[in-house]
Write a protein that binds this ligand. Structure first.
Ligand code: 5CA
Length: 440
């Protein structure tokens, strides 16, 4: 991508409305734009990061056996009247009427709709377990939308829904998502700690929130320090192994960890003082087991091996991609801007031409740009005629992990400078060596 032809509206000034660093940096880097209160456009740079986050979420959902579909944002009120949540959900639900005066709503979550899909076609235990997910916009008319896309009214959610014949089966489905979430957040460069949590309007009595520790987080959390160093389930994890996944779940729930709603002061005080962590955190995921709450009210039954009809046991599993992007920034930035983990960086490398119009600089940059693009890398080429200082500031602000800097003096020697955004370390090397770093 040539920066001169890209759309990346950088702000020079700090936006006044931004209270936390991620919101400030997302606005300054031209990643998002507020369209009305709590409703955002994702501009090209932001969209790239969001897509990369979603790709990792999708890979880990698929690995755990969940199957992707796509459900609409607009739902009929009838479904919600069946479950009893149409009235119970309250003012957070955006209610709409169509031209025939039929009540509709912009989905805040999809338990009802997915249960309707399930009951229309699954009739036998032989088709279980089943886990269906989508990555789709939701709307919740939050009282206090704030911090940019961290708490917005329209937001994206990966929501998965599992169906099992028995409670034991449903627990295994829960554990699959539990392990998948540990892997997902780790690949996003985050340490998320599962904590016992309240179930709110979703219901049920088994639930964990996945929390990232951050001073700017909205949740107050309490946990054992050791969680910070626990091992993440690796790529070879067998998601069909009931014992294997139970062992992961048991380990990750063996020590104290709870959000303020579920906090038990006495149990926390039993943890040795030096090992207690009382902090603030950002909820990036939330998983629930709620048994037959929706299957009973909506009549989702399958025939069991005993020939009888059984209401299915269900769980739901949410991740907030549009919250994860700012959460990653909260965890990874410095005074100059964002520092993306390479797994979600909008570009793998930025090539900075220090003297556009100088034949040697132009040729060198074009050569590197072409070679890295051919090697399948996402390359941003700063071919603008901005001053060097502006180019460096932009590259640091948008947080691309590696900068290749081509200035006339180095280029005359057949060399470029390679800067690591995270450490700030700069190294001069031949053009070939700079290319090989990515191609090899
Ligand atoms: N149906 C269940 C799970 S699929 C559910 O709705 N869970 S939730 O309410 O906990 O939301 C799931 C995730 O969506 C949260 O963990 C959070 O990451 C994200 N989320 C929720 N509300 C917002 C919001 N207002 N802005 C941004 N992200 C949000």
């Amino acid at each position: 991508m040539r920066l001169s032809r890209y759309f990346m509206p950088i702000l020079k000034e700090n936006p006044k409305e931004a209270e936390i660093v991620s919101h400030r940096l997302m606005l300054r880097a031209g990643m998002i734009r507020q369209q009305s209160q709590g409703i955002y456009s994702w501009l090209p740079l932001g969209k790239r990061v969001l897509d990369k986050v979603n790709a990792i979420i999708r890979e880990e959902q698929n690995r755990a056996g969940a199957i992707e579909l796509s459900m609409p944002t607009l739902q009929s009120a009838e479904l919600w009247q069946e479950s009893g949540r149409y009235d119970a959900y309250g003012k957070e639900m955006l209610r709409i009427k169509d031209r025939q005066d039929r009540p509709m709503l912009y989905g805040p979550t999809n338990e009802e709709m997915v249960t309707d899909i399930f009951r229309s076609s699954v009739k036998s235990y032989k088709d279980l377990p089943l886990n269906l997910y989508h990555i789709q916009l939701k709307f919740r008319d939050e009282i206090r939308p704030r911090f940019g896309t961290m708490r917005s009214r329209e937001f994206m959610m990966k929501d998965a829904y599992s169906f099992d014949l028995t409670r034991e089966g449903a627990e295994h489905s829960y554990n699959k998502m539990f392990a998948a979430y540990l892997r997902t957040f780790d690949r996003l460069g985050l340490r998320a700690i599962p904590m016992r949590a309240d179930t709110g309007p979703i219901g049920g009595n088994l639930s964990h929130e996945f929390i990232i520790l951050a001073d700017t987080g909205e949740s107050e959390v309490f946990c054992h320090k050791d969680f910070v160093g626990f091992d993440i389930p690796d790529e070879r994890t067998d998601f069909d192994s009931v014992e294997g996944l139970k062992a992961i779940f048991d380990k990750w729930t063996s020590l104290y960890a709870a959000t303020s709603e579920m906090h038990d002061e006495a149990a926390f005080n039993a943890v040795p003082e030096a090992e207690r962590l009382s902090a603030r955190g950002i909820e990036v995921g939330h998983i629930f087991y709620f048994g037959t709450k929706y299957s009973e009210t909506m009549g989702a039954k399958v025939q069991g091996p005993d020939g009888k009809e059984h209401f299915v046991h269900m769980g739901s599993y949410g991740i907030g991609p549009t919250r994860l992007v700012p959460a990653i920034i909260e965890a990874s930035h410095d005074d100059n801007g964002i520092i993306w983990p390479s797994s979600v960086a909008p570009f793998d490398v930025v090539v900075i031409n220090m003297k556009v119009g100088d034949e040697a600089c132009d040729d060198t940059c074009e050569l590197i740009y072409a070679a890295l693009t051919k090697a399948g890398k996402d390359v941003l080429y700063d071919d603008t005629d901005d001053r060097a200082g502006t180019k460096f500031a932009t590259a640091d602000l948008i947080g691309v992990p590696v900068q290749i800097i081509a200035g006339p003096r180095a280029v005359a020697n057949g060399e470029v400078e390679v800067k690591d955004r995270k450490t700030g370390a700069r190294e001069t090397m031949t053009i070939e060596a700079a290319i090989n770093r990515f191609v090899a």
